[in-house]
Design a protein around this ligand. Structure first.
Ligand code: AMP
Length: 171
């Protein structure tokens, strides 16, 4: 795990001063690390009844699609406004300044589908909390929220369903 953590690159003051950005592209680009990260995450869910992986645009698509392939499920995309072609349901959520929105196809799930929602990194938890809400409104049940990495000092998991958060690498 320490090797995987070490390969993630810190970029100070990106995208703005005071933020240390966790650059996961270095992990994704390294074949052994990428395989290991996906295998470790997928192993957690082998044998569970998972109907669908939900990937959050954009880095959540990378983790989400690799997980879906490994687990033999499909992947549902949660996208920024105006990107999905069919009828959508949307949710707005607060950012540090202003709000943002995400969308999903309204017919994405059958009632009771169990899903894993995947994103690259858990920071304040605002994005994932909104997606949990959106996915639940569409009739699916959250099995777990899965992340490559978590910034524990931001306490993002407090915004998410109790006991349904897993991150592989903790910072
Ligand atoms: P949040 O809603 O605060 O949990 O932020 C979630 C999204 O913002 C994730 O999809 C991350 O990709 C991105 N993000 C937030 N903070 C960071 C950071 N320090 N390093 C890398 N990505 C970040």
């Amino acid at each position: 795990m320490d090797k995987l953590k070490a390969i993630i690159r810190d970029i100070p003051d990106f995208p703005k001063k005071g933020i240390v950005f966790k650059d996961i592209t270095t992990l994704l680009a390294d074949a052994r690390s990428f395989h290991r990260m996906i295998d470790l995450l997928a192993h957690r869910y082998v044998g569970e009844k998972i109907d669908q992986i939900v990937g959050i645009e954009a880095r959540g698509f990378i983790l989400g699609s690799a997980l879906a392939y490994k687990l033999g499920t499909g992947i549902t995309l949660v996208r920024k406004p105006g990107k999905l072609p069919y009828k959508t349901r949307s949710i707005s959520y607060a950012l540090e300044y202003g709000t943002d929105s995400l969308e999903i196809h309204e017919d994405a799930f059958s009632t009771g589908d169990r899903v894993i929602v995947a994103d690259d990194l858990l920071a304040t938890g605002g994005t994932m909390a909104a997606v949990v809400d959106l996915v639940s409104q569409c009739g699916a049940t959250i099995h777990e929220c899965a992340f490559m990495a978590e910034l524990e000092f931001l306490n993002g998991r407090e915004k998410l369903p109790d006991g349904k958060v897993y991150s592989l690498l903790k910072f």
